[in-house]
Design a binder for this molecule. Structure first.
Ligand SMILES: C[S@@+](CC[C@H](N)C(=O)[O-])C[C@H]1O[C@@H](n2cnc3c(N)ncnc32)[C@H](O)[C@@H]1O
Length: 292
């Protein structure tokens, strides 16, 4: 089960109060949504969005068992479409919007989703089965320059040239379809002395492919624009990001949008105590801005 990150810090900065309405754009297993709904009782509503059908089902069951589902509307869609979703759901007077980016532990641990380099699954990596792009398609059919760009920019992978080269070589003789197969290719491309370190050699390539498969950076930009458009005056936008590319987009958007005032000068990070209990929180960065 996914453990929600930075909960205390988020509740303090997003500050949900009774009868207020919130959008959770990345519902996941519903951890943050539950905390928001508990604080917005008795009449506050929550619009929960997730691109992943399985996450919507898990969150729906969890909110139901907590007796909170009557105040929640759940929609399976891309948060880039938030403006249309909010209009369709007649969701107004929005006091706060949350993005908790990336994937959940449940997605990572489901082998058939292909997010993990530690399990042998298909090279899928999509949040939603409605997405026509898979990691397998990218690995087998993208041009060398595009593969190199993905690894270099999205993965910040120093061995981008070598890994792309080995992928091109391998795919000329057989289709690359499994995560383990890709891990072996990466391990054969990276110089031996860089294997076996604290961070697995496949980490950055898997991150890069996940970002490319789901068009994550463009969706984040569209999602932030939409959040800004739908939030009421005084409404807060909170974003928890997990790598520097996302954090840079959020920081720039908050600092350059004239009707937004950041209330976190520096990103808020998890305490040592939290990281000890949940290592995923180590890279989490929270930024919050208020709309005037
Ligand atoms: C870190 S998890 C959220 C966990 C959640 N806050 C909780 O407490 O359980 C991120 C979620 O965002 C979803 N997601 C990623 N990109 C999305 C997008 N563009 N639109 C909607 N949901 C997205 C993923 O499917 C995943 O369930």
């Amino acid at each position: 089960m996914h453990i929600p990150v930075l909960t205390e810090e988020l509740m303090k900065l997003l500050d949900p109060k009774e009868n207020e309405n919130f959008i959770d754009c990345t519902l996941g297993n519903g951890g943050h949504a539950t905390l928001i709904l508990e604080r917005t009782a008795p009449k506050g509503k929550l619009l929960g969005i997730d691109w992943d059908e399985a996450s919507i089902k898990t969150a729906a069951a969890s909110l139901k068992s907590s007796g909170l589902s009557s105040r929640a509307a759940l929609v399976q869609d891309n948060f880039a479409n938030m403006q249309e979703i909010a209009a369709r759901e007649k969701f107004h007077r929005i006091h706060g919007i949350l993005f908790d980016l990336g994937f959940s532990t449940s997605q990572m641990e489901t082998t058939k989703r292909g997010f993990s380099f530690q399990k042998d699954g298909p090279l899928d990596m999509r949040y939603s089965s409605t997405n026509p792009v898979t990691a397998e398609k990218i690995v087998n059919y993208q041009s060398r320059p595009e593969l190199e760009r993905i690894l270099k920019i999205y993965g910040e992978e120093r061995f981008w040239r070598q890994i792309a080269g080995r992928i091109i070589q391998e795919r000329s003789s057989r289709q690359i379809t499994r995560t383990r197969q890709l891990v072996s290719i990466i391990e054969s491309a990276v110089p031996k002395r860089f294997l076996g370190g604290r961070i697995h050699a496949a980490t950055r390539t898997f991150q890069a492919l996940r970002i490319a498969t789901n068009n994550e950076l463009e969706n984040l930009e569209k999602g932030l624009e939409a959040a800004h458009a739908v939030a009421s005056a005084g409404g807060r936008i909170a974003v928890i990001s997990f790598h520097s590319l996302e954090d840079r987009i959020v920081k720039r958007f908050f600092n350059t949008t004239s009707s937004l005032t950041p209330i976190t000068r520096k990103p808020v990070m998890a305490s040592l105590r939290e990281v000890r209990g949940n290592p995923k929180a180590r890279s989490a960065k929270l930024r919050v801005a208020v709309k005037s």
